[in-house]
Design a protein around this ligand. Structure first.
Ligand code: NAD
Length: 442
């Protein structure tokens, strides 16, 4: 399962060989470390004139304890560059991006962060402004591909009135929690949110259900949500009972053996969750790969049922019976295969594209009940699922992204935890890829 090439490339000998031969050079990514500061160096904060976010962002960064600088200094190195582009109202104004980023493009520290903040095109006051704001995507995605060294780049579209909810998103994007998230467009809506009392344990007092939690991404999600303070209910099929019990014990949570495709699964789950649930993570998933011409109906049906229909059935029962309510968080697990499609995975890609549909169609409906719904779309993650891939395909999956390596289950888990946070109350309807900016479907 381990990436031996990346370990070699990060050794003394490997570094020399990799550079001499011009081979892919996977950097060691900065991941969450509770004792480390939010960013590896100071933040340079810039703004186009008339921007509405620079002030609230400066205030918010002050609460995080990072050093913030308003003007670039010669020779300075930065842990993050943040640019408030909300003041850009036409294409001529895009020059402000060049003026800010060009002089400091080589000044970002390894595993540093670039964040551009804008207004979603659909919320802009004029076609010219919408055009300019849409253009930000091209800049951010290019920076993600150019800067290298584990530096990520994201675009945050923040609705007017979304300043308060921005804190949870900015903390996530600046931190090591977003190590394998790059080139993403994230929408933060307007409205008040309840900031966690303790940002180190934002899920304290919350109950989180994670499906498919016996191993891989689900097990990592159980660990991260427990670390963040949640009481975890880890669910998996009875056949995975031993591993499931191991995970549940490790996180001092509860194990629930249940096959999500059983006809009585929603009823049994509802009966189990009589005390209600705050966070539901639909992680359970299967693959049954074959080209469409060779695929039997059972492969199609089982993948669609586990990966998509079971999520719908469970959401329906939990919402209808009020078992998940105001402040609730639903997180689906999609895949970049659901965005790009994949040969031999028509069933899987259909189910995972369906998860995106579920998020997009569910967000406005659930907003009325104070519930958010989002999805993560993992790329190549080092798990049992990807360890089974043919070697050449596996190596291509690992290298064809801006980080030149596969992600870890914890990278997906951290992204789920950001969606789950009470501070992310106006982050809904998003599908965020955890793929190191994979070229597939980009
Ligand atoms: P995995 O196979 O290691 O784990 C999936 C878990 O889901 C297993 O423990 C399995 O027992 C459980 N499960 C399957 N059917 C179930 C059912 N009917 N009821 C209850 N539990 C059931 O997979 P993983 O790699 O950790 O992936 C987790 C999720 O992430 C899946 O939805 C997968 O499609 C998605 N994903 C993974 C990758 C990757 O690179 N590993 C990439 C994109 C998406």
């Amino acid at each position: 399962m381990g990436d031996r090439y990346a370990s070699f490339a990060n050794s003394d000998l490997g570094r020399t060989v990799v550079r001499r031969l011009g081979l892919p050079d996977p950097p060691r990514l900065r991941r969450h470390d509770p004792s480390a500061p939010l960013t590896p160096g100071p933040v340079l904060l810039g703004a186009a004139s008339g921007g509405r976010l620079a002030c609230p962002v400066r205030e918010l960064l002050g609460r995080t304890g990072v050093d913030v600088s308003g003007a670039a200094e010669d020779g300075a190195r930065y842990g993050a560059l943040i640019f408030d582009a909300t003041g850009i109202v036409d294409s001529a104004g895009l020059r402000a991006l060049y003026d800010f980023f060009h002089p400091v493009a080589r000044s970002v520290l390894g595993s540093g962060r670039v964040i551009v903040l804008g207004t979603a095109p659909e919320a802009c006051g004029s076609p010219r402004e919408a055009t300019a704001q849409r253009a930000l995507e091209g800049l951010v995605r290019s920076i993600g591909k150019e800067f290298g060294r584990g530096i990520t780049a994201q675009l945050g579209y923040v609705a007017p009135g979304g300043e308060e909810a921005l804190e949870s998103t900015l903390r996530f994007l600046l931190s090591g929690r977003s190590a394998y998230v790059s080139g993403q467009v994230i929408r933060v809506g307007a409205g008040a949110v309840t900031a966690p009392a303790d940002w180190a344990r934002p899920l304290a007092g919350k109950v989180a259900l994670i499906t498919g939690a016996a191993r891989g991404i689900g097990a990592a999600t159980a660990r991260v949500l427990a670390r963040d303070g949640a009481e975890v209910i880890a669910l998996d099929v009875p056949a995975a009972g031993d591993d499931l019990a191991g995970v549940a014990n490790e996180v001092r949570g509860r194990a629930l053996q249940l096959d999500l495709t059983a006809p009585d699964a929603p009823e049994r789950l509802a009966a189990y969750l009589t005390g209600g649930v705050d966070v539901v993570v639909h992680n359970a998933g299967i693959t049954r790969d074959k080209t469409l011409a060779r695929m039997d109906a059972a492969r199609w049906d089982s993948v669609l049922d586990v990966n998509l229909s079971s999520q719908e059935r469970i959401n329906d029962v939990l919402v209808e019976r009020g078992l998940i309510g105001d402040g609730g968080r639903i997180v689906g697990v999609s895949s970049i295969a659901g965005i790009a499609g994949n040969r031999g995975q028509a069933n899987y890609a259909t189910s995972k594209a369906g998860v995106i549909g579920l998020v997009r169609s569910g967000a406005p409906v659930l907003a009325d009940r104070g519930i958010t719904i989002n999805a993560v779309a993992p790329g190549f993650i080092e798990t049992a699922m990807t360890a089974r891939m043919p070697v050449l395909l596996r190596e291509a999956g690992r290298r064809m992204n801006s980080m030149a390596q596969g992600g870890l289950p914890v990278d997906v888990a951290e992204t789920v935890a950001w969606f789950a946070s009470p501070g992310s109350g106006t982050v809904s309807g998003n599908v965020v890829r955890v793929c190191g900016q994979s070229l597939l479907g980009a």
